[in-house]
Design a protein around this ligand. Structure first.
Ligand code: LLP
Length: 441
């Protein structure tokens, strides 16, 4: 990781920013999120601790808002990226809609104050009871992923005396050039309806009494770093809009999904506003500029707004490898184990000039060899130091587990100098609450 130093007259504090993390910086050798020192937060709330910058979330959102300035558009935060109530609240207040994938997410986002009409419901396996729940709440749209789902949704809505607004997720069959586990727009994925079947499926939807077709949607994958897959997917979707409308089925909105990548490690994703400038040019050229536009960004709104602060427990030198054992593990930060993902790991207090570094595998306490957070990292640390795992705002807490009966970490939202504990550390009692000993034994 390279650092850049700046120092202004108005603020004599030495400031070292981290590229790609505009709201995370060293001030006088201590890592801060906005105006709060991570060492102070770690002492106050313990570790592992997720810390989020509200300004970073709003600034990421602002890039999309700039891209859509003057348009009829709705940004639906894909809450699977981070569904903590305090995080949702930031996006509710900013006027966002939400992309949900379960009845649980619907309950959460309503609890955070969202307007159900701005909620869209994605996912290949919606249950009848989730459909009923979403219909009763009055959500804005169901993103339907198969013909079978269309039939079930129509029957459920009809039985309730309601009409379900639907969009069909089409699979444009473009390669997003990302990790295979997070690529969703190719033919062999479980997601969406094949491009060549889409018109027939739309015609079928239009005949169903319990449905009203309102849109079309696609989502080609996640952590996308290149423009071309987006541009190709947009062409394919717009081709379909033309043929569906020619068949007499009006399409009121185009939902282009999420997927924009973030900088984890020298990555250079397109900026959201620059990306949309190009996509809107295509949409306008085809004469669809007046349609409502929707998107479902997740990672790009929260990923680099969060860090996970963790304590170095032990340094363990070895013949082949040196290990730096920290108190965060794969249950808190599952992405390296699941996708061999890279997260930068930096000290919370920068070492002095003479702090020689050693190369470590940074690992957690979980009893699995797959429990690693970073490999071959040069660090100058001793037991008891804090380190921060960067880019931890998306798909970390929301994918965390209780494996090894480890409680989920606490979470703090920083807003300037203010800090809000948005999730208390989970206890073993919390984890056992739903369990029952067998009577009589
Ligand atoms: N819309 C749909 C239908 C999705 O399936 C997803 C993500 C999104 C929107 C948001 O995508 P984003 O903007 O966050 O890329 N756990 C993986 C990522 C899985 C993404 C699943 N779908 C990871 O940690 O990399």
């Amino acid at each position: 990781m390279t650092f850049s130093s700046t120092s202004t007259q108005a603020n004599p504090t030495s400031l070292t920013t981290l590229p790609g993390h505009p709201f995370v910086a060293y001030r006088d050798a201590v890592l801060h999120v906005e105006d709060v020192a991570l060492s102070a937060l770690a002492s106050q709330y313990g570790t592992p601790l997720f810390v989020y910058s509200k300004a970073a979330m709003l600034s990421a959102l602002a890039a999309y808002q700039r891209g859509f300035a003057g348009r009829n558009a709705q940004i639906c935060y894909a809450m699977k990226a981070n569904s903590t109530l305090g995080v949702l609240q930031v996006f509710v207040k900013a006027g966002c809609g939400f992309d949900i994938v379960s009845g649980g997410e619907l309950e959460r986002v309503i609890a955070a104050g969202a307007d159900a009409r701005k909620v869209i419901f994605s996912g290949v396996g919606k249950t009848r009871s989730e459909m009923r729940q979403a219909l009763s709440a009055g959500i804005g749209c169901f993103n339907v992923e198969s013909e079978a789902e269309l039939d079930v949704l129509s029957a459920v809505a009809t039985a309730m005396g309601l009409i379900a607004p639907v969009s069909i997720r089409v699979n444009p069959n473009v390669d997003p050039k990302t990790h295979p586990y997070i690529s969703t727009g190719l033919k062999d994925n479980k997601f969406g309806v094949a491009h060549e079947d889409a018109l027939r499926v739309y015609r079928h939807a239009a005949t169903l009494k319990g449905l009203q077709v309102v849109g079309i949607d696609c989502h080609i994958g996640s952590q996308i770093l290149e423009l071309t897959p987006y541009l190709d997917a947009m062409d394919r979707v717009l081709d379909l809009v033309a043929s569906i409308e020619a068949a007499g089925i009006p399409i009121a909105h185009i939902d282009f999904g999420g997927g924009l990548g973030i900088n984890y490690h020298n990555d250079a994703p397109p900026e959201a506003d620059a990306l949309w400038l190009q996509l809107l040019t295509k949409i306008d050229a085809r004469g669809y500029g007046d349609k409502k536009l929707m998107i479902e960004p997740g990672r790009s709104l929260v990923g680099n707004a969060g860090v996970c602060v963790t304590e170095v427990l032990y340094l363990k030198p070895g013949a082949q490898k040196n290990f730096c054992i920290i108190d965060a593990a794969m249950n808190d930060l599952p992405r390296p184990a699941m996708y061999q993902a890279f997260h930068s790991i930096v000290p919370v207090n920068t070492p002095g000039q003479d702090g020689a570094s050693t190369t470590y595998d940074v690992v957690g306490p979980v009893c699995e060899s797959g429990d690693w957070i970073g490999r071959d990292r040069a660090l100058s640390v001793v037991a008891g130091d804090y380190v921060a795992v960067l880019s931890a705002g998306a798909y970390c807490m929301s994918m965390s587990s209780n494996y090894n009966t480890r409680g989920r970490a606490a979470e703090v939202l920083v807003d300037g100098m203010a800090m809000h504990l948005i999730r208390a550390r989970e206890t073993a009692q919390d984890q056992m609450r739903q369990e029952h000993l067998i009577n009589g034994d």
